[in-house]
Design a protein around this ligand. Structure first.
Ligand SMILES: *Cc1c(COP(=O)(O)O)cnc(C)c1O
Length: 452
């Protein structure tokens, strides 16, 4: 009866075992073959093994090999073995992790994962935590909590009355704010343009001396890990100034927050734990499958007030109900994968993951600089921004690298410079992957420069 599950497992194993042998980006014929999925909604049923066979035969070759060791695009984690396996088992359980009575196992596991997370990231143990879909949703949940607290202090019940006629809130961001924070500000009703933007330095760090006057109706959004450079906003100065004024500090730490998990690297994020709320991702540097974001708020009550609704059939007791801390009600048990990541890595394995991927990034930077190319950022974390000449040349090199398929890295523009961005975020990347990738990059650059 379950042979189709075994078949699916075997196909998944073959996929994972072969992922380093194929082009990182799918070949054009594999993409063209996707049209085989394009048919009218079938009238008749099809057995599950045939569904899976089609999915694998047509779908697998057209995937991007982000679980392999040489995908460096955007900021993309792989998926640790224990987390993929936990994901399969949790899918078999199919629990609704939002409500305690519907899933005692996963709710309990998520509570453990939450405690370990706060420990690993040196964040306040009393914080409220929500397992959400990604850092965008985590930013949203945290900013909604900030909105609740600042307006409640002003005597305004924003959840009941909305923002119409509410006291005004000022939002301060850096010039290099991530677009997902803007999206969250848009969804929370503050508007994505009604902001005060603070100038930044060459690494994208906010200049604290340029902060505007802050007060008890201000939210300052800082970042731990700029998406291009990996740089950290100066949290110590900003948190001190904000808290002296009664303002709220929110941290977008989608990947950079994980520097706190390493003794060696925690200094980069020093004072980040002084903030009031933090958004991060599990699916980036922690290397759990999509979708996995985490919203953390020192003021757990503010988070609950911002996220909760009640109905007579929902249990109201002293026990923690996960849906009180997320925009979702029903959801999958994504915290189980977070638990599995922590359990399989341990504190030391987690620190090692963060340190080794950062060391790979430094190696990319050193060798590309030594080859005469311009690396725009100080490589403090896992991000490298490199130009191979002018914009046109850099674009041509990126195109050649992507065409060859040994690795995949994307394009960015950093303060006017077109660059290739290398983000080393996967547990699966080895020294050998870095070497093969460097050879491919230098080969592509030579090819383009020779042509020019
Ligand atoms: C990826 C990223 C986000 C958005 O995260 P999602 O998980 O894609 O929603 C926000 N901020 C930074 C700095 C990021 O790198």
């Amino acid at each position: 009866m379950t042979h189709w599950l075994r078949d699916a497992a075997e196909r998944s194993i073959r996929y994972i075992e072969g992922v380093n042998e194929r082009p990182v980006y799918p070949a054009p014929d594999a993409l063209a073959a996707l049209h085989q999925f394009d048919e009218p909604l079938p009238d008749e049923p099809l057995p599950p093994e045939s569904v899976i066979a089609l999915l694998d035969d047509v779908g697998s070759p057209a995937t991007v090999a982000t679980v392999g060791g040489r995908y460096f695009g955007f900021v993309t984690g792989g998926a640790l073995p224990a987390t993929v396996a936990a994901n399969w088992l949790a899918a078999a359980w199919d629990q609704n992790a939002g409500v305690n009575t519907m899933s005692p196992t996963t709710v309990y596991l998520e509570e453990i994962a939450m405690r370990w997370l706060l420990d690993a990231l040196r964040l306040p143990a009393e914080s409220g935590v929500g397992f959400v879909t990604g850092a965008t949703t985590a930013n949203f949940a945290c900013l909604a909590a900030a909105r609740h607290r600042l307006l409640a202090r002003a005597g305004w019940d924003v959840e009941a009355r909305g923002l119409f006629g509410a006291p005004e809130i000022t939002v301060v961001v850096g010039e290099e704010v991530h677009v997902s924070v803007l999206q969250a500000l848009m969804m929370v009703g503050f508007g994505r343009e009604r902001l005060m933007r603070v100038p930044v330095d060459a690494q994208g760090r906010m200049i604290p001396a340029a902060l505007p006057g802050l007060d008890e109706r201000t939210i300052v959004c800082i970042q731990a890990g700029n998406v291009n450079t990996g740089a950290f906003d100066p949290a110590a100065e900003i948190c001190a100034a904000a808290h002296a004024a009664g303002a709220w500090v929110h941290v977008d730490g989608a990947f950079g927050l994980w520097a706190l998990a390493s003794e060696q690297m925690a200094h980069l994020a020093a004072s980040v734990p002084d903030a009031d709320s933090w958004a991060t991702d599990g699916h980036k540097w922690l290397n759990v499958p999509y979708d996995s974001g985490i919203a953390i708020c020192r003021d757990a009550e503010a988070m609950r007030n911002a996220m909760t609704v009640t109905a007579p059939y929902l249990v109201q007791d002293a026990q923690r109900q996960p849906y009180h801390y997320t925009p979702e009600m029903s959801r999958r048990a994504r915290g189980v994968e977070v638990w599995a990541a922590f359990k399989s890595l341990g504190k030391n394995g987690l620190a090692q993951l963060i340190e080794e991927t950062s060391a790979h990034a430094r190696r990319f930077g050193q060798e590309l600089r030594a080859a005469g190319f311009t690396v725009h950022n100080e490589i403090v974390l896992n991000q490298v921004l490199v130009s191979f000449g002018d914009a046109e040349t850099t674009d041509a090199v990126i195109a050649e690298i992507q065409r060859e398929g040994v690795l995949w890295a994307g394009r960015s523009v950093w303060q006017g410079h077109t660059a290739m961005r290398i983000s080393v975020s996967s547990w699966a990347t080895t020294e050998e992957d870095v070497e093969r990738s460097l050879e491919a990059i230098l080969r592509a650059a030579e090819h383009v420069l020779h042509l020019g």
